[in-house]
Ligand binder design. Sequence first.
Ligand code: PGA
Ligand code: ZN
Length: 411
Amino acid sequence: MRIASLKAYEILDSRGNPTLRVKCFLEDGTVGIANVPSGASKGKNEALEIRDGGNRFFGKGVLKAVRNVEDEISKALVGKNALDQWLIDKTLINIDGTPNKSRLGANAILGVSLAVAHAPPTYLRIPLYRYIGGISARILPVPMLNFINGGWHADNNLDIQEFMIVPKGFERFRDRIRCAVEIFQTLKDILKEKGLSVSLGDEGGFAPNLSSNKEALDLLMMATERAGYKVGEEVFFALDCASSSFFDEERGIYRFEGKELNGKDLMDIYADYIKNYPIISIEDPFAEGDYDSWREFTSKFGDRITIVGDDLYTTNKKLIREGIEGGYSNAVLIKLNQIGTLSETLEAIEITKSAGWKAIISHRSGETEDTTIADLAVGTNAGWIKTGSVARSERTAKYNRLIEIEEEMGI
Ligand code: PGA
Ligand code: ZN
């Protein structure tokens, strides 16, 4: 299964920005294909996607990354066995030579890493999840669906970036999704009745202007109950605060609902949410450097809810290890393009799980029709996936792939 050539294309993501598609051709003609996603609310330590600058696409073109794939990376990988994923990813890391993949670009590197990963299962005519997880791959994840979008993902007044529903009380993935869809359509009716906007944010959730962040939770409650589901039994809620986006770094304060808050004040607000709503998970409740708040919040609430580090860890094993040592959280959001290769992502998942923490496989706000993360979630038995709402094809593509996998598995 030797790599014969690599080809890259400048395609578009769901926000209309350029991104990469990479094809990995094996010597017998088999092709592995992957597209690269792109975030908006990024962690400081993320691997760096490179953009061209200049006038084309207002500087966002990725032709340099395309060239890097077809020239330098191709030279290093052609002739290598596509089954040697670790060796290939190591080679990519070494030839780049920077700690954050900024020379060749994390977008070029991830595109190649994933295109290579798709080639052997295609050759073997087995699904990607089976290639990643072997016969132990069996768990369909519980989806965390972002139904109300705020923060930098929407043009509204909500500080919290994601208000999610978690249909946890169902055996089958298909029933989790059906429940989610029924709540989503009911939420749309409720928003219309209230004269609120039903336009969608970047991740396919609604993006209305509301009087407070709490009103978003009230709307999720109403929609869940009106759709006929039991709140706190079948359906739970989750938040991604993405709090770095409302943190004033210079002054060390959070700007939340028009007020200036410290970590303690913000913690009181979260405590109030947890008391009044069936919240089972809060992601990035505090900014990346605010370790004291993270630690205190986890020691107070970590036995009741999942506390997820996204920007805090950026899928980086060194930072995850520090978090485990320091007791900052009890879960990690896993994003392939934050670290830049499949092998490093698998390692991050392993380290997270071996601490007894949850690993939540995640999309980015800028996505494509690529469904690799659905297979990654099943292949690693992660148990959780966060991939937006049940509208917009770049989001439903992942859910549709999981529906297909469940059918294939005969469960
Ligand atoms: P991003 O958002 O892809 O814009 O970073 C997703 C998240 O914060 O989880
Ligand atoms: Zn996040």
